[in-house]
Design a protein around this ligand. Structure first.
Ligand code: ATP
Ligand code: ZN
Length: 283
């Protein structure tokens, strides 16, 4: 049995549960439950506050956990980072009042800085040889400058709208963060095998998200050129169409080259291009 810690409620909860579901792991998410067991995978899920997850994983109360990098690096516990998960993206940044002058990190010398991330903030400041006064507060950091509690803040930002509504401007980013899978450093062989099995599924899900299945019709005299544009997993599938002189070509395209390739395929004479999402991809 593998024990996984996820956030009980909040920004990471739903995406964490969705990932398990996409991995084919059925969890009955009973409201207000502290823990639950998967029906079809030897996995126990603990629902916890995100801040507590690194500690629980270090102590082997949970074997693995899903939590933001920001929390993992702030808590600085002895755990291994296994995998980036692609959701919960944000950054940890300094912000000051919009009217405040800021040229570089030295501008924070001698200032009062409010943050929920005293460790990462302190580390960044001392690396840059800046001495400032760090005030640790646990929530609503963004209101600190407005009420005269601090001159600057160091807080999580995603769209920046919270900063904007509080009259602040983002001036320096110290960490890019997303949800990651962490693990206890002393997993036994059986636990590691279960983790590998889970990771195999996570990779298939991630891979599928980054790729699209593409179907198109190609005139036979342009077939070679069109096939040359397609990577495919091995090579594209080519099927004759009822209409003589035409073939149907199936392949897989990655998200980042997608639009460029579509243009090139059209220019090369491809028609009736269909693009469909892939659910799982196993290489
Ligand atoms: P908990 O009750 O579990 O302690 P919390 O209030 O500390 O919850 P949330 O606000 O739910 O935490 O955020 C959880 C994580 O989501 C953050 O640690 C961060 O990794 C990620 N996240 C993504 N975007 C943002 C954002 N704009 N603001 C804050 N966190 C974000
Ligand atoms: Zn928290």
């Amino acid at each position: 049995m593998l024990k996984l810690a996820v956030q009980k409620s909040g920004r990471l909860h739903e995406d964490s549960m969705r990932l398990l579901k996409e991995c084919g792991i059925g969890i009955s998410n009973g409201a207000n439950k502290l823990k639950t067991e998967a029906g079809n995978f030897p996995l126990q899920v603990f629902f916890l506050r995100d801040d507590d997850i690194p500690q629980y994983v270090e102590d082997a109360v949970a074997d693995i956990g899903i939590v933001g990098e920001n929390v993992v690096y702030e808590k600085n516990k002895s755990v291994d980072v296994v995998e980036k998960l692609g959701f919960g993206k944000c950054r940890l940044s300094f912000a000051v009042a919009r009217g405040e002058e800021y040229s570089n990190i030295q501008s924070l010398e001698g200032k009062r800085i409010a943050t929920s991330y005293p460790y990462l903030t302190g580390q960044f400041l001392s690396k840059n040889k800046v001495k400032a006064d760090i005030h640790e507060i646990s929530g609503s950091v963004e209101i600190a400058p407005g009420i005269g509690l601090a001159d600057a803040i160091c807080d999580l930002v995603s769209s920046g709208s919270t900063l904007l509504t509080n009259g602040l401007k983002e001036v320096e980013t110290i960490l890019q963060s997303e949800a990651i899978l962490i693990r206890n450093r002393q997993l036994n062989k059986a636990q590691q095998q279960l983790l590998d099995k889970l990771l195999f599924r996570v990779h298939a899900v991630k891979k599928a998200k980054n790729n699209k299945y593409i179907l198109l019709n190609a005139p036979n005299d342009k077939l070679n050129e069109i096939i040359g544009l397609l990577p495919g997993m091995k090579s594209p599938t080519v099927l004759p169409l009822a209409d003589k002189g035409w073939s149907s070509v199936h392949s897989v395209l990655s998200e980042d080259e997608f639009w460029d390739k579509i243009e090139q395929l059209k220019d090369a004479g491809a028609q009736g291009i269909l693009v469909v999402p892939i659910e799982k991809m196993v290489m």
